[in-house]
Design a protein around this ligand. Structure first.
Ligand code: NDP
Length: 248
């Protein structure tokens, strides 16, 4: 497999941990982000200072033209793309179903679902052995919310991640004989900025007692599973899920 990986939402949190680990395992890394160029550029500097190859590309994964440009840039600057981590995601302030309007629903689905779909499409167009590609691996970052439903908090987000689970299964079967594996991870409560930007700083602390292991997860603990699914060690795994949730 070509060791060029595109990581959406790679500038912070789980995506940044994945970028660091991928670089340390010999991947050239394309770090996509939406708007925080400072975090993305700092990560590129950190990775390149350690002798590895990385670039940062701004772009909103929910915008088709941005996604096309992201893949063209990654290919032009790093070479043939062999891996995609569909990691960019958002959640918004917690609330029951009565408080969630069509605009918020559209935003949540645009980033979490449409974004992952468009990026997977660009990856398949390049990787499929039936189209002259060399194969590859895709990992979708879902959520335990897809299984647990996130009642009274984020049922819209849970529904979007449920769509990612279905997409993972369907796409895995669709491209299984084209040299492409498609798998997913389902993180539980991981200590990143997403909780504060979703309107609830301190959420990890609040929920940690509901986790059998009594702690939130670290982004690196998710990155390890993502890198395993990308690797040849997972050569017979497709349409599979790894839950990383401390037993939740
Ligand atoms: P963070 O909020 O820490 O980081 C989000 C990243 O996504 C940033 O790099 C951000 O870029 C980028 N991003 C956001 N919107 C877009 C967009 N429209 N286009 C491109 N990039 C975008 O998130 P986490 O690391 O916590 O989450 C990563 C993934 O893991 C998400 O899919 C999330 O749903 C999932 N997840 C997280 C859990 C957790 O507890 N943390 C639990 C379960 C799943 P910028 O810096 O420019 O804003």
């Amino acid at each position: 497999m070509n060791r060029v990986v595109v990581i959406t939402g790679g500038s912070r949190g789980i995506g940044a941990a994945t970028a660091r680990l991928a670089a340390s395992r010999g991947y050239a890394v394309c770090i996509n982000y939406r708007s925080n160029s400072q975090a993305a550029e700092a990560l590129v500097d950190e990775i390149t200072a350690s002798g590895c190859q990385a670039i940062a590309v701004a772009g909103d994964v929910s915008i088709e033209a941005d996604v096309v440009r992201l893949f063209e840039t990654a290919e032009r600057q790093l070479g043939v793309i062999g891996a995609l981590v569909n990691n960019a995601g958002i959640l918004e302030r917690q609330g029951r179903v009565e408080t969630i309007g069509a605009e918020r629903l559209a935003r949540i689905f645009a980033v979490n679902v449409t974004g992952s779909f468009l990026c997977a499409r660009e990856a398949v167009r390049r990787m499929s052995t039936k189209r002259g590609g060399a194969g590859g691996a895709i990992v979708n970052v879902s959520s335990m919310a897809a299984r647990l439903g996130a009642p009274n908090e984020y049922v819209d987000y849970a529904a979007a991640k449920g769509a990612i689970d279905s997409f993972t299964i369907g796409l895995a079967k669709e491209v299984a004989d084209e040299g492409i594996r498609v798998n997913a991870v389902r993180p539980g409560i991981i200590d990143t900025d997403i909780h504060a930007s979703g309107g609830e700083p301190g959420r990890v602390e609040r929920l940690k007692d509901s986790v059998p292991m009594k702690r939130g997860g670290r982004p690196e603990e998710v990155a390890n599973a993502i890198l395993w699914l990308l690797s040849d060690e997972a050569s017979y795994s497709t349409g599979a899920f790894i839950d990383i949730c401390g037993g939740r």
